[in-house]
Design a protein. Structure first.
Length: 292
């Protein structure tokens, strides 16, 4: 049975839920999936509906304000950007790469069949590749609702490496570097989704459609994970996602950037039209030899 709005609000009133979402979202651009109670349409808010400022959650007060202002829409799921920003006050702040001070390499394991064993298999392979590249103390593993997200904590990269290599370039190249070293697993899709405005679900958020909680899993306990851990009424969540070792990712960042190169913004190709005056002249030329 689908959770009622009252149950959703009850979930987001829990102290532990608010604490995790706030902690995960600090310094990030936040998005909220909402569902209208009347027509069940799903929308995503990335800006405050009144002042049009980018949404952010740096405190419990910020979280409660978002719940309040979006209450009539029915807030369902909370997301936070892969990027950490120096400041988030105006629209231009979240579009300015110079304002990004950290970023999060991320692997989104998306199963087409929902095969739980294959999801775990792929997650273990990613973790294995990262461990071979000395990343073991800065991993975040989340069950997203349908699949898994694996992140490298943004603080695993030192300020020195962030000064030398753009944070978004680190996130993109590290993600791609690992993907290119993975074996192909049928029915499981792994894409490099790193881009300027990418967001992923926050720990202890509800999934946007399924009545499941996004929970973090200790990498050492991945094989014991069970879907019952995501039950909104009795979820099991690992808080050690906060842990990281500063500088642990520096060597991999350099190696990946050297091999892959920078993130390149993908611009949708547009049809280019000739200037109007030229179109008119060409049309007239077509008719000049036609007798009256």
């Amino acid at each position: 049975m689908k959770m009622e709005l009252e149950e959703i609000f009850k979930h987001y009133s829990r102290e532990d839920v608010v604490e995790e979402i706030v902690e995960y979202s600090k310094g990030k651009w936040v998005s909220v999936h909402v569902m209208s109670e009347e027509d069940e349409r799903q929308l995503m808010f990335r800006y405050h509906p009144k002042n049009r400022k980018p949404l952010k959650i740096d405190s419990r007060e910020d979280f409660e304000e978002i719940i309040k202002v979006l209450r009539d829409y029915g807030p369902r799921s909370f997301y936070a950007s892969i990027n950490i920003y120096r400041k988030i006050e105006f629209r231009d702040d979240v579009l300015d790469r110079m304002n990004i001070i950290g970023s999060t390499p991320t692997w989104d394991i998306d199963p087409s069949t929902g095969d739980f064993e294959k999801i775990v298999e792929v997650a273990e392979e990613i973790i294995s590749i990262l461990e071979k590249n000395n990343i073991s103390k800065s991993l975040i593993v989340k069950w997203s609702g349908r699949g898994m997200h694996i992140h490298i904590h943004p603080n695993a990269f030192s300020l020195e490496i962030y000064r030398r290599i753009d944070p978004l370039d680190i996130a993109y190249s590290v993600t791609e570097y690992v993907i290119r070293r993975m074996k192909i697993v049928s029915d499981v899709k792994i894409e490099n989704k790193i881009d300027l405005s990418r967001v992923f679900t926050c720990p202890l958020s509800l999934h946007r459609k399924l009545d499941r909680v996004v929970v973090c899993i200790n990498p050492d306990k991945l094989r014991t994970f069970d879907l019952s851990w995501t039950d909104p009424k009795n979820f099991k969540h690992d808080k050690s996602w906060r842990n990281c070792e500063i500088g642990e990712g520096d060597e991999l960042a350099e190696k990946a950037f050297t091999n892959i190169g920078p993130y390149i913004y993908k611009i949708r190709r547009k049809k280019i039209h000739k200037p109007l005056d030229k179109q008119i002249l060409e049309t007239l030329d077509k008719f000049k030899d036609i007798p009256p």
